[in-house]
Design a protein around this ligand. Structure first.
Ligand code: DX5
Ligand code: ZN
Length: 219
């Protein structure tokens, strides 16, 4: 079974960013999760297109951009131009989700939809054909370092069942509070792309942590 580990930039040491990215690459990490927050859809503010543009030449990792902003349709092209390879939006933040997904598709980037913990998967019933990735939030979005909401394991299972029933090809991604204790449970429930911030990017321990996660995944 192939599992993708997506470290979250939010937990990186901003003073040594180039070094952090190099470490991740050396460990075989292929995708960097980048959280964009507007202080409106979520209560925090993080990363804009200019920062992403500056990071782009520093690494060959794919940029998996998670837009936690209202009306993301205003910025799809901007983030695509800045260097995003994957763009994920929240239906709770879009007036016309279908149109926004089409906009992402038109940029040639992979199309992702992310659901807050309180949002049922049924909102995606007519969208599945259009999406490459469904990101289930396992915390309320806005901050790194929060506690995983265990009830989301059932939601991951529901989504995996819907994927199988419809024979869809989208990837199931999870984000929030994942650590060495609970990663097995989200994988068992059906997650295949695991975003990890604070429990992976730790000063001086990142390499060791990635090796630990790889061992846990293999075990
Ligand atoms: C939360 C963000 C996450 C965050 C995860 O709103 O979407 O990507 O960086 O951080 P941890 O793994 O520390 O919960
Ligand atoms: Zn995220």
């Amino acid at each position: 079974m192939s599992i993708v580990l997506s470290p979250s930039l939010l937990a990186a040491d901003m003073g040594h960013l180039a070094q952090e990215l190099q470490t991740l690459e050396e460990c075989g990490i292929k995708a960097l999760h980048i959280d964009v927050m507007d202080g409106n859809f979520v209560p925090n503010i993080a990363f804009g297109p200019d920062q992403i543009k500056m990071l782009r030449p520093l690494t060959t990792m794919k940029f998996d951009v998670h837009l936690m902003i209202v009306k993301p349709e205003r910025y799809i092209q901007t983030f695509a131009d800045a260097g995003a390879d994957a763009i994920t939006v929240h239906p709770e933040a879009c007036t016309h989700l279908h149109r926004t997904l089409q906009m992402i598709k038109a940029t040639g980037r992979t199309v992702g939809v992310s659901l807050n913990p309180a949002t049922p998967i049924e909102v995606l019933e007519y969208m599945y054909e259009l999406v490459d990735r469904v990101l289930l939030m396992t915390v309320n979005p806005g901050y790194g370092g929060q506690k995983n909401i265990v009830a989301m394991n059932k939601k991951i299972e529901q989504l995996a069942a819907a994927k199988e029933a419809g024979n869809y090809s989208f990837e199931i991604q999870v984000d929030g509070g994942i650590n060495k204790e609970n990663i097995k449970a989200v994988i068992a429930a059906g997650a295949r792309n695991i975003v990890i911030g604070s429990a992976l990017l730790q000063r001086g321990k990142t390499k060791e942590n990635i090796a630990d996660y790889q061992n846990i995944i293999r075990s």
